[in-house]
Design a protein around this ligand. Structure first.
Ligand SMILES: Nc1ncnc2c1ncn2[C@@H]1O[C@H](COP(=O)(O)OP(=O)(O)OP(=O)(O)O)[C@@H](O)[C@H]1O
Length: 778
């Protein structure tokens, strides 16, 4: 039965047997409904085309009210048209059959509003279905305004997700409909009130299948995540629909659906208040791999334009991190101590010669017919005064320029020469013009107070002696050496491969430098602001939706809502970077402390608190593991006990009967990994992930060469958030030893598989006679 492994009451039970012919009959009934929906949508398309035509003919003639109404209709029809054209695989996916509502009241969509059944809904053990609602990716009303399909995000759809056998509310039967385009492929039912003998239109309510959740979880995985819209569970639905005010914090172990929930929440927020979130939703993901993995989910939910999904290494415009620092270097670069170093660096970098041009140590100009000079000491003093306070360094150049002119004016005896203030002002103006129009002066200023870029300052930090000066009493000499060495990958202008942690530093430096704002492209017009609807209906687009989303993300620095996935991994510097993008935002923050690869949780918590400010927080916990079968979850729990003693594992919702396999590598680690990956490829239909210590990433790709696209090798830190049908975890001890957070990273690696897990013991693992590494023994 579907629910036999479920550890809470979330998964409803289905029948043990089903009478012959019922499945076909029920599938046919849903087909009829889907046909009706498509007929209605076609009518709406014709209406939309007519309205567009009409709008084009009449231009803006009519009363403002009538025009607004017409535009709204065009807009709505346009949205339907677009969504329909994007060929949803399963546009219609759910149905609930409900008892009558308690107070008999119905909402504007014709559905009962009460979640509780009427007092007389059940007589003895008998009941009659009073209402049937179909749930889909968009809402569709019939010509008489009765609901043909309810949008999954509408309040009336909530019972589809929330009802459980313990608290079924009015739901008697929940049905998941599998369809592709216009064809219904099958149905799966959950019966929430099995104790009742329920009728629908006078006939016994038929029940088909074992429930949809198990069917969904057992499916083979591809390299992209699927949406879970047809099987969102009650505790997840509470998070998705939580009011957007302030901060929503969600914790839960591996596989509890945090990423899925975060993405569905973005779609829900847009549905619920599109105007507010036209300001953009930012989803921050830890790695580009996870961005690529989750990229398709929002488009499949009909949303993408207003949502930017970005990796931590690509949050700064023009930067694309493609390397990882050694854990010990990352620990320094990510630490909040770097703020102090960066403050010194942006000031100190003014004194670093750019290329062959030395920083001038004197200024000689001719003014009022005489030669004037400022020497090195005088210039140093002026620089010190100009840099006083905390204003961004690049914006202080005008102040420095003025101070230099003041000093020259004093040298020229200007203040003494003129007693009449008006004359003095005029003379001073002429004096300034004399100097500032001279090439010598502008060349001097460019060399003495150049406009600094964040990359240039980062490059300046590659010099160990210089960095030691800027990091005095903040970093120890070893840390200075490590950071400087890691930055020596960059050229003098800061170009070269950036690490993920360099990007947060760049963002900090950019704030401290105050880079002059670039001219903005005109702001994107939001169709709902305008309600012309015509943008949505334009048949030919010069820009794809994806391009538009990317462009918007690039232009935005401040978002209306920020969703942080894998929040446990953000370093203090990354929290500062993300915080700058959500100064006025509401937030959803999802994560699992037990999976954190950051070694100083207290420091990160402080930075997180700073980023989220004093906004009130609502906390949720997800408790059911939908990814790992119980057999794999049990093994991972052993590492969890070492990594974070006392932390509870989420309970696995299913078991496969297949226990993890242990293999000892022998002399040739690569050959052993390759053989195991090949074996697993033959066993599962979908993907195989080989998780290796970070230092073995490159060689591991070689080991898998020629095995095809279903098998991928990835470093332990890259495995974050991803999942595979089967995984091979290579050298647990090596992964655990990689950093102070190594055991937690190993826990992540062990929780990636949906079906099969092989642990391959390397040299350091000390396997027993069964091949079980010491870290994984009882
Ligand atoms: N209600 C659901 N119905 C079907 N599948 C689900 C449901 N909830 C989660 N899943 C599936 O479980 C898997 C794990 O989900 P997800 O990656 O969102 O979990 P997570 O909590 O972010 O995990 P981790 O912390 O390990 O990254 C995914 O394949 C997801 O599609």
């Amino acid at each position: 039965m579907a629910a036999q492994n479920a550890t809470d009451a979330q998964v409803a039970t289905g029948p043990a047997t089903e009478p012959d012919g019922v499945r076909d009959r029920e599938t046919g009934a849903e087909q009829q409904h889907l046909d009706r929906v498509y007929r209605r949508l076609e009518e709406k398309i014709h209406e939309a085309e007519f309205l567009m035509d009409d709008a084009a003919k009449r231009g803006q003639v009519g009363t403002p009210g009538a025009l607004a109404e017409r535009d709204a209709q065009v807009f709505r029809a346009g949205v339907h048209l677009n969504r329909l054209n994007s060929e949803f695989e399963d546009f219609l996916f759910g149905r609930i059959d409900l008892l009558p509502g308690k107070d008999g009241k119905k909402g504007p969509d014709g559905a009962y509003t009460s979640v509780e059944p009427a007092d007389d809904a059940v007589r003895g053990d008998r009941a009659e279905i009073a209402e049937t609602l179909h749930i889909g990716r968009i809402g569709v009303l019939d010509a008489d305004y009765s609901p043909l399909v309810i949008d999954w995000r509408a309040p009336a759809a909530a019972p589809f997700y929330r009802a459980t056998p313990v608290a079924p509310g009015r739901v008697v039967r929940r049905r998941v409909i599998r369809s592709k385009g216009r064809k219904v492929l099958g149905v799966e039912d959950d019966l929430l009130r099995p104790e009742l003998s329920t009728t629908l239109d006078g006939r016994a309510l038929p029940v088909v299948g074992d429930g949809a959740l198990m069917a969904a979880l057992g499916q083979a995985r591809s390299h992209t995540m699927r949406d879970i819209v047809s099987s969102i569970q009650a505790e997840q639905d509470l998070v998705i629909r939580a009011p957007a005010a302030s901060v929503t914090e969600v914790e839960g172990g591996p596989g509890t659906g945090k990423t899925a929930v975060a993405l569905h929440r973005a779609a829900y927020l847009l549905y619920q208040d599109r105007r507010r979130y036209a300001g953009g939703i930012l989803v921050v993901s830890p790695t580009p791999l996870l961005v690529a993995y989750t990229e398709g989910v929002l488009p499949s939910l009909g949303e993408e334009g207003q949502v930017a999904v970005r990796a931590l290494g690509s949050l700064v415009d023009g930067a694309e991190a493609d390397t990882y620092d050694e854990p010990s270097v990352a620990r320094v670069k990510g630490s909040a101590r770097m703020v102090k170093v960066a403050r010194k660096a942006v000031r100190g970098a003014l004194e670093v010669p750019a290329g062959d041009t030395p920083v001038p140590d004197r200024l000689r100009v001719v003014a009022f017919g005489g030669r004037l000079e400022l020497d090195g000491d005088e210039l140093r003093r002026i620089r010190q005064v100009a840099l006083g306070g905390t204003a961004p360094v690049n914006l202080l150049r005008p102040r420095a320029r003025r101070l230099i002119l003041d000093a020259l004016w004093a040298k020229a005896g200007g203040p003494r020469r003129y007693t009449d203030p008006e004359l003095a002002a005029e003379a001073r103006q002429a004096f300034d013009e004399d100097i500032t129009t001279e090439q010598v002066f502008t060349d001097f200023l460019d060399a003495w107070w150049p406009e600094l870029t964040p990359r240039r300052v980062l490059a300046c930090m590659a010099d160990e002696r210089r960095l030691a000066r800027w990091a005095r009493r903040v970093l120890n000499p070893r840390e200075v050496r490590q950071v400087a060495r890691s930055l020596s990958r960059l050229d003098g202008r800061g170009h070269g491969p950036l690490s993920v942690h360099d990007v947060a530093l760049l963002d900090e430096l950019e704030t401290l430098l105050g880079v002059a704002p670039r001219p903005r492209r005109p702001r994107e017009v939001d169709p709902l602001d305008q309600l012309t609807g015509l943008e949505e209906l334009m048949p030919v687009r010069s820009e794809s939706r994806r391009e538009r989303a990317e462009r918007l993300a690039e232009e935005r620095r401040d978002y209306a809502h920020v969703i942080v996935d894998e929040a446990q991994d953000l370093t203090p510097m990354q929290w500062r970077m993300v915080g700058r993008r959500g100064r006025h935002a509401t937030w959803t923050v999802v994560g699992d402390p037990a999976q954190s690869s950051w070694s100083d949780p207290d420091e990160a918590a402080e930075a997180r608190d700073e980023a989220l400010g004093t906004r009130p927080r609502r906390r949720f916990r997800l408790t059911v593991n939908y990814r790992n079968p119980a057999e794999i979850a049990e093994l991972a729990a052993k590492v969890l006990a070492l990594a974070m003693p006392g932390t509870e594992s989420p309970s696995a919702v299913r078991s496969t009967g297949v226990t993890p396999r242990f293999v000892v590598a022998g002399d040739d680690l690569g050959a052993a990994v390759r053989a195991e990956a090949a074996r697993l490829l033959a066993e599962v239909e979908g993907t195989v992930g080989v998780v290796v210590p970070m230092g073995r990433r490159a060689e591991a790709r070689g080991w898998l060469a020629g095995l095809g696209g279903r098998a991928v090798a990835l470093g332990s830190l890259e495995a974050k958030g991803l999942e595979y049908d089967a995984t091979v975890v290579v050298s647990p001890a090596e992964i655990a030893d990689e950093s102070p957070a190594g055991l937690r990273v190993l826990y992540v690696a062990l929780t990636r598989a949906t079906q099969r897990l092989t642990v391959l013991a390397g040299e350091r693992d000390d396997p027993d006679e069964r091949g079980v590494p010491d870290l994984l023994r009882d």
